[in-house]
Design a protein around this ligand. Sequence first.
Ligand SMILES: NC(=O)c1ccc[n+]([C@@H]2O[C@H](COP(=O)([O-])OP(=O)(O)OC[C@H]3O[C@@H](n4cnc5c(N)ncnc54)[C@H](O)[C@@H]3O)[C@@H](O)[C@H]2O)c1
Ligand SMILES: N[C@H](CO)Cc1c[nH]c[nH+]1
Ligand SMILES: [Zn+2]
Length: 448
Amino acid sequence: MKRGSDKRNSAPMARTFNTSAPDFETRFSRFLGEQRADGHDVGGIVAKILDEVEARGGEAVARYTAQFDELQIDPTTLQSDNVDLAALAAECPADLKEAIDFAHDRIAAYHSAQRPSDHSFTDEAGVELGWRWTSLESVGVYVPGGRASYPSSVLMNTVPAKIAGVDRIVMVAPAPKGEMAPAVAYAALRAGVDEFYPIGGAQAVGALAFGAGRLKPVDKIVGPGNAFVAEAKRQVFGRVGIDTIAGPSEILVIADETANPDWIAADLLSQAEHDPSSQSILIAVDEVVGRAVDNAVDKQLKTLATGERAARSWSSHGAIIIARDLDEAATIANRIAAEHVELAVADPDAMLPKIRHAGAVFLGHHTPEALGDYVTGSNHVLPTSRAARFSSGLGLYDFLKRMSVQRASPEGFAALAPAALRLAEAERLPAHARSVSIRSNAGPGDVG
Ligand SMILES: NC(=O)c1ccc[n+]([C@@H]2O[C@H](COP(=O)([O-])OP(=O)(O)OC[C@H]3O[C@@H](n4cnc5c(N)ncnc54)[C@H](O)[C@@H]3O)[C@@H](O)[C@H]2O)c1
Ligand SMILES: N[C@H](CO)Cc1c[nH]c[nH+]1
Ligand SMILES: [Zn+2]
């Protein structure tokens, strides 16, 4: 497969790499470091929007919503007469409601199984130690809606929040020109959203973080979105919590000679169609399979309604990498740390332990990533832009916090006090030392 920058029948081309080529490391390192912002100064644009929202609240949110989504909203209520959740939900077709209910129940079952336990034990010094999990009070869930509508993301965000026991779940989703899919409205009501605002982009993230109009600030913002949404979450982090950087979608498929090229091509395009900034990568250990997938992508692109978007993603950010063997394929996959990794190989179980960095892994030929997007039950809000090196996908844990708990008995106190005193002395913090020594000399009832 020789390509370079030549045009071939004007078909959109992904970059190709061969790990045996002498320039592989140089080219691959450059590829890994590329931003997928498509020419925008995303950081600067987002910083300005957030500053405006913080300074001018609902007025700024309404202005940006008119600019980016062509929707007029009231600066105080942040609502539009054109977007009525209950009326929209009533328009959702019955078979789609059934599919949403089915997905809802599977997501609920998966996340219920994630509930961690409180724990407590007494150590040999007589000190009782442990931790307790408590839920967040308020969260903002971002549901994307610029290019496509995402009822599935409503469920992925809201169902775990509900199961965790969050008191106030605030959903935002853009409604360009006042249009919102009835399925999004149905999913929001089905999952139990408490407040809804038809706003999106960095201005919605700002409104959730700082408050705007009647929208009171939340404690944490979760959910996926495009590059502007992901960057806005990154910039408000610290002021509020966030889940992870869940930006433009990514897929990486590792394929051997048992893979079906047409199936793999379809899987690669399933993520390319989300956004021109999405990324689809094939690592093939068989050059014949690599070439066949490449041809299948070209063919399938012509038949997709979303083909133009997918073609932009495939030609700008896509890649086909030919590796020597599955060990090398795993090493490269771990360096990329993609959002989704499909193991389309004869023995995916043998391969799984080699995958260390991925948002979610899909095993075998009959587990396309799209199943996980909707109905396996696991969460589709997952780290992108290599954030899988240090973070996980959305889960019940994101809506819980862990508090440590400790109690010293008089004997436990006596065992611990000398070392605490010595450390307080070394840190030159006399009040710390006194709070220990004062108890060494008298019982709780002794005054004086
Ligand atoms: N990683 C995940 O878990 C995951 C899950 C689902 C979807 N996604 C991703 O979510 C994204 C959805 O993107 P979308 O665009 O359809 O919807 P979106 O809701 O994320 O973004 C739409 C908003 O972007 C803002 N925007 C657009 N262009 C702008 C510009 N030039 N300047 C400033 N703001 C601008 C607007 O405010 C608009 O309301 C896709 O990238 C998809 O891949 C990721
Ligand atoms: N693949 C997306 C996560 O990157 C999730 C999604 C929702 N709908 C379809 N796909
Ligand atoms: Zn998807």
